[in-house]
Design a protein around this ligand. Structure first.
Ligand code: GDP
Ligand code: GDP
Length: 433
C-alpha cells in the first residue's frame, strides 16, 4: 500500500487533517480491539484508492520550539520512505523561514509533493494564501482542515499519485524484520544470511527501496525485507523512533509475515506495540522474537514462562501468536524463529473448505448460540471463508448489526481452537441473509 506522509511545522494542522482522513474507520478498529488510538498511522481511502497515512507530527513534541533540525530530519525520512508527501503550511502565520527550508528539501526530492495551505477558513485568508504560490509547487491547494472545505480537491490530487496495488501473488513468503533501534535486527539478518548478504550502498540522490534478500537454506525459502540494512540513522535523537516506525511501515506493507524483534532487557515498549498494531491492522502474520535472552540473568525455571505471559498480556487481545526467546549473539533459537515464521505464513494462507468450516462452527453455535437482541432471535445460517490473502470469514445471518463483540470474539476463538491460525489476525464480518 502506498504511504502518504504529512509533513510541516508544528501547529499548522497536520493532526487535524490526519484525524479527518482516518477518522471513522480508525474508531471502528479501536472499538473492536480496545487499542488506544494511535496518532501516527492510519488507513484511508479516497475515490476507491486505499493508502496509509502517516502524521509525522505525532512523533515530536507539538510545540513551537521544536528544534528546527528535528523537522528537517523528519522531512528527509519522509522523503525516503513515503510515496507522496503532503506538505502543510498555515496561512494564519504566513510563510516562515522553516517553511522555506522544508520546501527547499522537498523540491530536491524525487517524490511527488502536494502543498496544502491550511486554515483558509474565509475569504480574507483566501487572498492571503496566494503568497504560498511563491514556494513553487505546481500542486498547491487551499483548505480548512477544521471545516473540511478544500480537502476533497486536495485528496483528489494526492490519490493521483497513489496506485491501487493488489497484494501481489507470491511465489515465496516475504518476511519483514522490524523492531526498535538496537533490538538486534541487523545481527539477526546477518546470522541468517552470513556472507551472502547483499551490501547496498546509499547513493546520494537515488531513491532507495527496502533491501530484499533471498534466503534459501535447509529447505526453507523466503525473501527477507530488511529495515536495518541502511545505517543512515536519524541525526536528531528524538527522531530515532519516527525513523524506525516509518521504516517498519514500509517493510510491513511489503510483507506477508512480520518478525518483531524485542530487546529482552527493555521488554515490550510503546513503540514495539505501535509497530505490532500496524502489522495487526494490516492483517500480516506476526512472530515475536524476544532477543538478547543471554542478558537476562537469574533464569529460574519459570522465568521464560512468566516473561512470556507478561508479553502476551501486552499484545492482548490478539495474542495467539508465537513468542520465541532467542539470543542472536549465542546463536540460540534463531532457527526456531525461522520455523515459526514459515508456520505463520502457512497459517495465513490456510483455506478451510466450506463444509468443514460449517460443521465445526454449527456445532460451536449450538453449544452457545448468539444472544437475542431485544427479544429478536438471532440466527446465523452459515459461514464462508472469503477469498482474500489473509483469513477472513463472513457469517450470514438475519440481523448482522445486532451481533455483539463478545459473540464475535467467541466465534473467532472457536475458529482458532479448531484450525491452526496462530500468528495471524482473523477478520470476521456479518452479512445479511
Ligand atoms: P499539528 O501540530 O500540525 O498536528 O497541528 P494540529 O492539528 O494540532 O492543529 C493546531 C491547531 O490549529 C489546533 O488548535 C487546530 O484546531 C487548529 N487548526 C487546524 N486546522 C485548522 C483550520 O483549518 N482552521 C483553523 N482556524 N484552525 C485549524
Ligand atoms: P538493530 O539496530 O536492531 O539492527 O540492532 P543490531 O543488530 O545492530 O544490534 C544492536 C546491538 O545489540 C549490537 O551491539 C549487537 O551486537 C547487540 N546484540 C544483538 N543481538 C544480541 C544478543 O542476542 N545478545 C546480546 N547480548 N547482544 C546482542
Amino acid at each position: 500500500m502506498d504511504i502518504v506522509a504529512i509533513v510541516g511545522r508544528p501547529n499548522v494542522g497536520k493532526s487535524t487533517l490526519f484525524n479527518r482522513l482516518i477518522g471513522e474507520k480508525q474508531s471502528i478498529v479501536d472499538n473492536v480491539s480496545g487499542v488506544t488510538r494511535d496518532r501516527q498511522y492510519g488507513q484511508s481511502n479516497w475515490n476507491g484508492k486505499e493508502f496509509a497515512v502517516v502524521d509525522t507530527g505525532g512523533f515530536v513534541r507539538n510545540s513551537e520550539d521544536v528544534f528546527e533540525a528535528a523537522i528537517r530530519d523528519q522531512v528527509q525520512i519522509a522523503i525516503d520512505e513515503a510515496t507522496v508527501i503532503l506538505f502543510m503550511v498555515d496561512v494564519s502565520t504566513g510563510l516562515t523561514d522553516l517553511d522555506e527550508q522544508v520546501a527547499h528539501l522537498l523540491r530536491r526530492a524525487k517524490k511527488p509533493v502536494v502543498l496544502a495551505v491550511n486554515k483558509v477558513d474565509n475569504h480574507t485568508r483566501q487572498l492571503e494564501a496566494n503568497e504560498f504560490w511563491s514556494l513553487g509547487f505546481e500542486e498547491t491547494f487551499f483548505l480548512s482542515s477544521v471545516t473540511g472545505s478544500g480537502t476533497g480537491e486536495l485528496l483528489d490530487a494526492v490519490v493521483e499519485h497513489v496506485e491501487n496495488r493488489e497484494e501481489p501473488e507470491r511465489t515465496i513468503p516475504h518476511v519483514a524484520v522490524v523492531g526498535q533501534p538496537n533490538a538486534g535486527k541487523s545481527s539477526f539478518i546477518n546470522a541468517l544470511l552470513g556472507e551472502e548478504r547483499n551490501i547496498v550502498t546509499d547513493i546520494a540522490g537515488t531513491t532507495r527501496d527496502s533491501i530484499h534478500s533471498h534466503y534459501n537454506k535447509y529447505e526453507r525459502e523466503f525473501m527477507l525485507i530488511d529495515t536495518a540494512g541502511i545505517r543512515k540513522k536519524a541525526k536528531v535523537y528524538e527522531n530515532l523512533e519516527f525513523y524506525s516506525v516509518m521504516r517498519a511501515i514500509r517493510a510491513i506493507e511489503e510483507s506477508d509475515v512480520v518478525v518483531l524483534i524485542v530487546d529482552a532487557t527493555d521488554g515490550v515498549e510503546g513503540q514495539d506495540l505501535a509497530i505490532f498494531r500496524i502489522a495487526q491492522k494490516r492483517n500480516k502474520g506476526i512472530v515475536v522474537a524476544i532477543n538478547k535472552w543471554d542478558l537476562v540473568l537469574d533464569k529460574e525455571t519459570n522465568t521464560a514462562r512468566d516473561y512470556e505471559l507478561k508479553v502476551r498480556e501486552r499484545f492482548a487481545p490478539f495474542n495467539d501468536l508465537p513468542i520465541i526467546f532467542m539470543s542472536v549473539l549465542e546463536k540460540q533459537r534463531i532457527m526456531k524463529v525461522v520455523d515459526a515464521t514459515m508456520q505463520v505464513y502457512e497459517n495465513r494462507t490456510r483455506r478451510i473448505p466450506t463444509s468443514q468450516l460449517n460443521d465445526v462452527m454449527q456445532a460451536a453455535m449450538e453449544r452457545y448460540s448468539p444472544p437475542n437482541y431485544r427479544g429478536k432471535e438471532i440466527s446465523i445460517k452459515y459461514v464462508v471463508q472469503l477469498p482474500l490473502a489473509y483469513p477472513a470469514f463472513a457469517f450470514y445471518c438475519n440481523h448482522p448489526q445486532h451481533i455483539n463483540d463478545s459473540y464475535k470474539n467467541y466465534l473467532e476463538n472457536q475458529i482458532r481452537a479448531n484450525f491452526e491460525f496462530s500468528g495471524v489476525p482473523i477478520s470476521i464480518f456479518f452479512r445479511k441473509k
